[in-house]
Design a protein. Structure first.
Length: 95
């Protein structure tokens, strides 16, 4: 098999080792910093979640994406609750 990046011959065992290679603690930290950058991080998150060769990195990006969606839903829910309960609160009638 030929490496798509450098063109050198590699055996399938080395490729499997890369696909399942664990991520270091600094790797997780670096990916989190990358994903926190506005707009660029979201784009990188989708690209890494869909196309990265390492399965562990791809799964981490997918889990980060799921947590981001849950946080956005909760934020929208809290905003909606705050908007709809504002006129009902009795404390504002005394002013």
């Amino acid at each position: 098999m030929i490496c798509p990046n450098c063109g050198n011959k590699i055996n399938e065992e080395e490729l499997l080792n890369y696909e399942y290679k664990p991520i270091s603690m600094w790797g997780y930290f670096g990916y989190q910093l990358l994903f926190m950058i506005p707009f660029i991080g979201s784009l990188a998150l989708v690209i890494v979640a869909l196309t990265h060769k390492n399965i562990n990195v791809r799964n981490f990006a997918r889990s980060y994406f799921c947590v981001s969606i849950i946080v956005l839903i909760l934020f929208a829910l809290f905003i909606a609750i705050g908007i709809f309960t504002y006129p009902v609160m009795p404390i504002f009638d005394t002013v």
